[in-house]
Design a protein around this ligand. Sequence first.
Ligand code: ZN
Length: 322
Amino acid sequence: MKNAEFMQLMAEVTQLNHHQRNQMIAVLNQHNDTAKAIEMIESRVDAKNTCPRCGCANLYRHGLVSGLQRYRCKQCHKTFNALTGTPLTRLRHKSKWLTYLEEMNQSRTVRKSAANVGVHRNTSFRWRHRFLTWISQDCPDKLHGITEADETYLLESNKGKRNMDRKPRKRGGTANKPGLSGEQVCILVARDRAGQTLDFVVGTGSLNKMRLTTALKPVLDIDVLLVSDANPTYMAFCETEGISHEVVNISQHQRVKGAYHVQNVNAYHSRFKMWLERFHGVATKYLSNYLGWRRAFEQHRNLTPKMLLNAALGNFQYLTVT
Ligand SMILES: [Zn+2]
């Protein structure tokens, strides 16, 4: 815009009525959000400055596509942008991403978020899980010291899936068979006393030694003292792996044994389940995304949409563990 035209526009801004002024602000905010989102996205390439395919650092700029700088690699001749190879590649409407992430920050449902942001329900669903793909990968490498572990169960859900091999339950619903069965999905949570937490969707049916070993063996530091309830699976695992172990016998009403208890992890289970209720049943397939989403709230206080966007882009260093 020429300067003279801009001065004219500025002069006319004062004549806008209330409604027009709000519309103008909305347009400006949207541009602002786009600019903010694009700046954060572009910083990925600025930070690495290499081709995601061959790792070559010899790049040249090759036009703009959907507001993002496109690069061409001099070695493999492929083009890419800052989102290539990330779960967010080819998602549209970047002007709405930060607004959408605020919906996620408020734990709103797919439907409600869609209405608030002004996107289709399917878009809302797709965005949620694309954003969560890497947000849910933000977790500690190892747990240290006294570490509580316990499993909990949720009813398996094929929400959204066609051609089910059993009669669908009313959402939420109750199991067709009493007790623990293949209808229940086992979730294992381990938490150390620094509050670092790891969660695992270990499969349908009960926890066994193999499942426990697969989940916990790689993430327990050598100094770990594992605390569990009297489920013999934990004892068998700790014996085989040479891990120090304390048992709290909850069925014998022994909730605390000195510093040893599983109350932190049990409280974590209930916070997760309570939080999950607002979504009215979550497909088992997406359960680990929801666990990761919940973990983000648990591990980082005062999350902002920008922090969530960074995590969705794999820039976890912007999130500080509290
Ligand atoms: Zn290349």
